[in-house]
Design a protein around this ligand. Structure first.
Ligand code: URA
Length: 187
């Protein structure tokens, strides 16, 4: 499948009820050849209107955190577990996640990242394991099919509770170091 086919498939999706209330399908953004893929939960109000992930307050914080490890949006790829906005920003329902995960799987195949960063509990449960506990298990590396995977707090959680920021910073430093390590191994 090509990117154009994937985007067409997503834009025309009616596989769950979120299609009834969406304004835009938020497929993802960034560098399609990136070594690193960030995965959030699902679009919020602004993302739904603009058709881009992480453009609201959480997105601004994500940009700052990327910049702290010398990255910006043009160097990474950013996507979500569900591509359409859950009403009132509620958690995406299990059946919505199940209906949508095929698109993210296709993105994994197209991007072939070295590293996946799960932003928050919903992404970590869907990608790493169903009984993932974000407070207990964030900052640990997992490996699936040769891809290094780590979870950290969702930027929205950091906006609600500043005391989580030092832990998130530790996670981002680990991500920076892993990217550097991979680069050195490629030399
Ligand atoms: N929160 C998410 O999980 N994803 C977005 O795209 C925006 C906010």
């Amino acid at each position: 499948m090509t990117w154009d086919e994937l985007i067409y498939w997503c834009n025309n999706c009616t596989d769950c009820d979120l299609c009834k209330t969406r304004h835009n399908v938020v497929v993802g953004t960034g560098n399609r050849h990136s070594k690193i893929l960030f995965v959030g939960e699902g679009p919020g109000y602004y993302e739904d209107i603009q058709g881009e992930p992480f453009v609201g307050a959480a997105g601004q914080l994500l940009d700052k955190m990327l910049s702290a490890i010398n990255l910006d949006r043009s160097q990474v790829y950013i996507a979500n577990i569900v591509k359409c906005r859950p009403p009132q920003n509620r958690d995406p329902l299990p059946e919505e996640q199940t209906a949508c995960i095929k698109y993210l799987r296709q993105q994994f195949k197209l991007i072939r990242p070295q590293i996946i960063v799960c932003l928050g509990r919903i992404a970590a449960k869907a990608i790493i394991e169903p009984d993932f506990k974000i407070t207990r298990d964030r900052g640990k590396w997992y490996n699936k099919k040769g891809i290094d995977i780590i979870a950290t707090y969702h930027p929205s959680a950091l906006l609600r509770d500043e005391s989580k920021k030092p832990a998130a910073w530790e996670d981002f430093k680990q991500i920076r170091d892993k990217l550097k390590e991979n680069e050195e191994n490629e030399r």
